[in-house]
Design a protein around this ligand. Sequence first.
Ligand code: UDP
Length: 374
Amino acid sequence: MGKRIVMVGAGLSGAVIGRMLAEAGHKITVIDSRDHVGGNCHTQRDEDTGVMVHVYGPHIFHTDDEEVWNYVNSFTTFMPYKNRVKSTVDGQVYSLPVNLHTINQFFGQALRPDEARDFIKSKAEDIAEPQNFEEQALAFVGSDLYKAFFKGYTEKQWGCSPTELPASILKRLPLRFNYDDNYFFHKFQGMPEDGYTPMIASILDHAGITVKLGEMFDPATAGDWDHVFWSGPLDGFFGYELGRLGYRTLDFKEFRYDGDYQGCAVMNYGNADVPYTRITEHKHFAPWESHEGSVLYEEYSRACEPHDIPYYPIRMVDEKAMLSDYVAKANETTGVTFVGRLGTYRYLDMDVTIREALDTGRAFLAAEEKGEAL
Ligand code: UDP
């Protein structure tokens, strides 16, 4: 007989694991405190303009993982979409990620790829093993490009000096010596035709799954279930008893425009004196649609207070001890598996979240078959 299993959180992790276990015959309940499924991927069509709005900020699906790509495509139709981000710095608009166009425009040059490679090499600082974001950036592009495109933006985004952040954050971004301005270098990239929420609703659409929205899950009741998959904040499960892990939250200041406001989906602002990090114009995330009106978000990042929505785990160097204590507690907690961005306190892209959810679901079923403690 199937087990009674609860997924706390109706985002990607809960949906993917829930679906797999429901298909294996378990009885799944998915609980989410919000009134919609999809977690922070949630999208909603704006009634006035018809624009599909990424309610919790832009989400662009990109992956090299063929199984994950096939998985999402089995639940919805993906439309071709390439993320081409611009950055406004000192009154000029540049192309991101830093590519040959950015380099030539910024330095007033007409360099060919090999020349640009040598030129940037001469600018980059010789730091063998960069220990933080700033060192990584200086070793990557040198001080001029770092100050223009990364320093101010990163201070706004993370609310601290780039010297306090891990180098890994910058490693997310490529540097190109050609004119390729695709923000991502993955093989597969696209947008779900009707947004992410219907895709996730379709993953959850199974006879073995009951979805309960607008409901809080009390970790004290975990023992009432055969197993719990927790995709809420890791520290929240333990009542923050060791302290709060740091997050950044985002405020979106929405405004509307009759026409095309900025001509692209994402415009970053590199200067520290512009208070927002970027402006997103949602209709450009669905270039196959046509809308007169426009819905835009100015995006502001700030420290996450207890009642705010946690977005980005900060993972500051001095938070490592608290994190490892929470991870140790999580490992000791039987009957509960911690999953996803909040449950594992990591900066995860959607494709990695799905990959890990598929692996976690499979590991659960394999352990169960062997009769191991879960
Ligand atoms: N970043 C930056 N300038 C930019 C874009 C990104 O300095 O114009 C830095 C910033 O610290 C950011 C990191 O690079 O947090 C990773 O960027 P990504 O675009 O992956 O951030 P996300 O879209 O996930 O917020």
